[in-house]
Write a protein that binds this ligand. Structure first.
Ligand SMILES: *Cc1c(COP(=O)(O)O)cnc(C)c1O
Length: 343
């Protein structure tokens, strides 16, 4: 079995051919540095076209930086950001958002299937209003969520209504934004600015780039001086075109959406194959490119011995992630191995 037999993460995947080709093209000439090049201009314009609005676009190296700097731009050090208790910004960014904002506190809300509810937000915002409590200033929503579910446009609008009542800005962690768009089959604007999202961190890495996330501000005021924030944080690439050109490759002909649809489709195939097998239970409804499944420990152990790589997440369930590079053959081989073990 080759080492590519994995469902560990979508960031185990390589660079998709279209992004690679754009990178090679960008390598043919010298270009101005620090984002003054034509690739960066084009990628930002392509994102404005994609979202069908005049947004401000910045490129950074990774998701932790994108989230941390975007959240820092929303508030002051005495503010707080409400997020779900399973949010990546809480569990997997090593305090990056708090560090970038000089101390803004994350406040943890709840909701089924990894989704923050208006009630939970309301509770956290109204619980206290005195000067000893960090003032809620922003919400952070992960779309798609850490457990592979999506917020529908109606859910986003309901959250926006609560946010409006309390004057909160909305940040969206879009590490799997493409997968959410593909799953919901909506225009990207429907689940961002039309639903009141102020700033989106749109991941290229998990969609098929080597690296690079776009921070997309729909609220221009929040973007003020953002380039200085990026530079100070060591997130301004001098050879920026090597981040932005691959983005052009993803955006041209909607490769980003094809990649996401492919990954979601592979996860759906996995889900269908696992459903109904003895001792196997899906932990969350599968909506995007990850399947969370409870499997007997000995079954997991043998699968790993056979060379299958996957993580155990949230509550110990196995997380099976698919990406643009997952193949249906790989899914079928995994399913055959599981069936042989549980039958
Ligand atoms: C992968 C991921 C990120 C970004 O992680 P980096 O390793 O910093 O690029 C952010 N949010 C979520 C939900 C993720 O899954």
């Amino acid at each position: 079995m080759s080492e590519s037999e994995q469902f560990a993460s979508d960031n185990y995947s390589g660079v998709c051919p279209q992004a690679w080709k754009a990178m090679a093209e960008a390598n043919c000439t010298d270009e101005p540095a620090y984002g003054e090049d034509r690739w960066t201009q084009r990628a930002a314009d392509d994102l404005r076209t994609l979202f069908d609005t005049d947004c401000d676009v910045y490129f950074v190296f990774n998701g932790t930086a994108a989230n941390s700097l975007a959240l820092a731009s929303i508030g002051q050090s005495f503010h707080s950001v409400i997020c779900h208790e399973l949010a990546h910004i809480e569990t997997d960014e090593c305090g990056g958002p708090e560090y970038a904002s000089n101390g803004a506190k994350l406040m943890l809300g709840q909701g089924a299937d990894g989704k923050l509810t208006p009630e939970s937000i309301e509770y956290l915002v109204t619980k206290r209003s005195d000067i000893h409590y960090p003032k809620p200033k922003a919400l952070s929503l992960t779309q798609a969520t850490e457990v592979g579910t999506v917020y529908t446009p109606a859910e986003l609008h309901a959250i926006r209504r609560t946010a409006d009542q309390h004057r909160l800005n909305i940040h969206m962690d879009g590490a799997r934004f493409a997968n959410a768009v593909a799953a919901l089959d909506v225009h990207p604007s429907e689940i961002t600015w039309k639903a009141g999202v102020d700033v989106l961190c749109f991941s290229g890495t998990k969609n098929g780039l080597a690296l690079g996330e776009a921070v997309v501000f729909f609220n221009h005021e929040l973007a003020e001086d953002f380039e200085w924030r990026c530079k100070q944080a060591g997130q301004l690439a001098s050879k920026m075109r090597y981040i932005s050109a691959p983005w052009c490759g993803l955006l041209e002909g909607d490769v980003w959406l094809q990649n996401a649809r492919h990954a979601n489709g592979c996860a759906e195939r996995l889900e269908k194959g696992l459903q109904g097998l003895p001792g196997i239970r899906l932990r969350y409804p599968r909506q995007v490119n990850g399947v969370f499944v409870e499997m007997p420990e000995p079954v997991q152990a043998v699968l790993r011995e056979k060379g299958w790589n996957f993580y155990n997440f949230i509550g110990g369930s196995a997380r099976l992630m698919c990406s643009w590079s997952t193949t249906s053959g790989q899914v079928d081989r995994f399913l055959a191995d599981v069936r042989a073990l549980v039958a």
